[in-house]
Design a protein around this ligand. Structure first.
Ligand SMILES: [Zn+2]
Ligand SMILES: [Zn+2]
Length: 267
């Protein structure tokens, strides 16, 4: 079963002690591609370095809405330089998060707009993070230059939000939330409405460990994307092998990776 973890944070300090073993376990579990996603300049730099060194690992660079208050013109310039590296295949994660409001709303919106412009200018697809933005996210992305493809990662929104994302041509990233007994129930219903060419699976590791491993295993890792895929296939009444092939193709298409024909990213 070929798998692609379309969103993880291998650069996170949670993996400093055993990053190589984590990547090896992912490969052994059939995870042929991993997109490791920066959240600020420092983590974006680390993500790009890991992608440059590890076959099958690609990087995204960007400033997370939580960190918008730390953004600056110099930071944006450095991300634009990092984005020129051939293993950097997306801009992200960027967006709005009004649930925690770690950064003020006006700064989150400003840096979402600025990074959308930078991604469009660089021709990179975008990885979006959206939480509780009450329609602001959709109105900002609708007014921005359209990106070269996009995914709304860790989707946990409403049916209307899903409809809005699909109309814009975005892909939808499904995490281990789909395995959560109570909180995952609405998501297990909504995923049935997503066209097969718009689906991605992801771990968001080290966060969001799927059930039942969640108990006693606080740190998630890319190998567990298989559990997300199996639960997604069950929710959609689809063959897991066929769904795995499709979502892997979707990830390769979004991130401009030459798919299974290219041995390099899957080496
Ligand atoms: Zn996120
Ligand atoms: Zn993330």
């Amino acid at each position: 079963m070929p798998l692609f973890d379309s969103h993880c944070h291998l650069e996170d300090a949670a993996f400093d002690a055993d990053r190589g073993a984590v990547i090896a376990r992912a490969r052994a579990a059939g995870v042929r591609g991993m997109m490791t996603v920066g959240t600020d300049v420092e983590s974006s730099r680390r993500a790009a370095a890991i992608a440059a060194a590890e076959p099958g690992v690609f990087a995204a660079v960007g400033i997370h809405p939580h960190d918008a208050r730390l953004a600056s013109e110099a930071a944006l310039k450095e991300l634009q330089d990092l984005a020129l590296h051939p293993r950097v295949r997306a801009w992200g994660e960027i967006g709005l998060d009004f649930h925690y409001l770690h950064s003020p709303q006006d700064l989150q919106e400003k840096w979402l707009e600025r990074q959308l412009a930078a991604a469009a200018e660089g021709g990179l697809p975008v990885i979006f993070h959206e939480r509780a933005s009450r329609g602001r996210f959709l109105s900002i992305v609708r007014a921005a230059p359209p990106p070269a493809g996009a995914v709304v990662h860790c989707f946990s929104g409403t049916a209307d939000e899903l409809e809005g994302y699909l109309e814009l041509g975005f892909l939808i990233g499904i995490t281990g939330r789909i395995t959560f007994p109570g909180r995952g129930a609405a998501l297990r219903e909504l995923v049935r409405r997503i066209p097969p060419d718009r689906l991605l699976v992801e771990t968001d590791a080290p966060w969001l460990t799927p059930d039942p491993e969640r108990k006693g295993q606080p740190r998630n890792e890319p190998a567990r994307v298989a559990g997300v895929l199996l639960r997604l296939a069950a929710a959609r009444d689809e063959d897991p092998g066929e769904l795995a092939r499709r979502v892997t193709e979707n990830a390769c298409r979004l991130f401009g990776i030459d798919g299974l024909a290219d041995p390099e990213p899957f080496g």
